[in-house]
Design a protein around this ligand. Structure first.
Ligand code: PLP
Length: 422
């Protein structure tokens, strides 16, 4: 434990870690662990999809010509294929373009300009609106709020979802219109919401009658171990609690097939889907149905989808192990760092001694290692303790992840020891 060392022992420890860092720097590496992108090997898993549908195979089961305009809600067979993971019947699933983030963005803009079912007026006509943002969280969720002037209220995560006592207190304020949720293998904490968390979110009393949960199930099938997390069905829980319109569910195949050419989904209550479709009708004559057909031809059914995700797991799991092994080896006995060994998702989130996050990133930069900036996982980019860092090991090769993790853990150990000295 660094905190137990005498001043002299701490100084000797710092000198040792600095020497290790110098040795690491001398290797002259240039490595990047900033964004959770699939690796080229993962993208190769879906290479076969690029030749599909092919051979003049362009008709849906209902006989629609996928090359033509139309089909605003998405092909029925695609909505059926993803109905299970989304937790909604096919008639309450919408297939969008390639990015679920774009669907989230548009839903928020439409809510601001038009209101949602249950709104007395468009959200933008309110004096002020706010979203609850479990933190650490996904920087791009926060960026949407910042872009449109939605005040963000950070709420701590507990290891099984947000601090629900705090959330229940905050939602009594009618200005609180929404909440970001990544319910399974959260970005970045990798935690999943417990049954109790989901039930409380579905049933809590909100001041705003048109409050919405933005349920971003981006990692719904992204397991890394045999301990497969399952999260309660939010749409069913909301309906059972008498709040059928409370949840907007989002997901995509960005990290299943091709991150730049996948399919995005929206699922919700009948009233919400009708609302979304009325807005989308003004935006487009229809989505890319050839890509939809390509996905059903390639994945076939839910079993095919799950089998495909196992291939991702085989490529990803060793990289995550390399990260957590390096953290354990270097930081395990310092008492200055905490992390969850992820069972799924795309990130390892590390909480360091307060004040050590930005110093770690600066040290890493000098050593040729690019890390997500400190603070990125917090609303407005401001981590009040300067303690959280998000590591994204999916993209680099396994050898690079091993090398980078070793270097990062050295930087973290040095930063924590320096903080201990002050
Ligand atoms: N939601 C979360 C929680 C993510 O981590 C990511 C990507 O990292 C996305 C959404 C992006 O999804 P899409 O590619 O469908 O826009």
């Amino acid at each position: 434990m660094l905190a137990d060392l005498s001043a002299a022992d701490l100084e000797a420890y710092v000198a040792r870690v600095r020497a290790d860092l110098d040795a690491f720097k001398a290797r002259g590496l240039k490595l990047d662990m900033t964004r959770g992108k699939p690796s080229p090997e993962q993208l190769d898993l879906a290479e076969g999809m690029l030749a599909l549908p092919g051979n003049r195979d362009h008709f849906s089961e209902a006989g629609e010509d996928a090359r033509n305009y139309g089909g605003l809600q998405g092909l029925a067979e695609v909505r059926k294929l993803f109905s299970g993971p989304l937790g909604a019947p096919p008639e309450r699933v919408v297939v969008g373009g390639n990015a679920s983030l774009a669907m989230m963005h548009d839903v928020i803009v439409w809510a601001l300009l038009k209101g949602v079912p249950g709104s007395a007026r468009p959200w933008a006509k309110e004096d002020e609106i706010a979203f609850i943002c479990p933190a650490p969280g996904y920087d791009r969720h926060f960026a949407i709020c910042e872009e449109y002037g939605i005040r963000m209220i950070p709420v701590a995560l507990t290891g099984h979802g947000p601090d629900m006592d705090k959330v229940e207190e905050l939602v009594r304020d009618p200005a609180v219109k929404g909440m970001w949720c990544v319910p399974k293998y959260s970005n970045p904490s990798a935690e999943s919401y417990s049954d109790e968390t989901v039930r409380r979110l579905a049933a809590m009393k909100t001041g705003a009658p048109d409050f919405r949960l933005f349920w971003d199930n981006a990692y719904v099938l992204h397991h890394l171990t045999d301990s497969r997390h399952e999260v309660l069905n939010i749409l069913e829980e909301c309906a059972a609690a008498g709040n059928p319109d409370r949840a907007f569910v989002f997901a995509s195949t960005s990290k299943m097939t091709l991150a730049g050419a996948g399919l995005a989904f929206f699922a919700a209550s009948e009233a919400n889907v009708k609302w979304q479709q009325a807005r989308a009708f003004k935006q487009t004559i229809g989505p890319d149905k050839l890509n939809q057909l390509r996905h059903v031809r390639f994945l076939r059914d839910e079993a095919g989808l799950v089998a495909h995700m196992e291939k991702h797991r085989a490529l990803l799991a060793p990289k995550f192990k390399a990260v957590t092994d390096a953290l354990e080896a270097r930081l395990g006995d310092t008492g200055a760092a905490r992390w969850i060994t992820p069972d799924g998702g795309y990130f390892v989130s590390v909480d360091l001694a307060p004040g050590a996050a930005s110093r770690s990133v600066a040290l890493a930069k000098e050593a040729g290692l690019a890390l997500t900036p400190a603070g990125a996982t917090w609303p407005y980019g401001k981590d009040p303790l300067d303690s959280n860092l998000r590591l994204a090991p999916s993209f680099p090769s396994l050898a690079d992840v091993k090398a980078a993790s070793e270097g990062i853990a050295i930087c973290m150990a040095l930063a924590c020891a320096e903080v201990e000295q002050t």
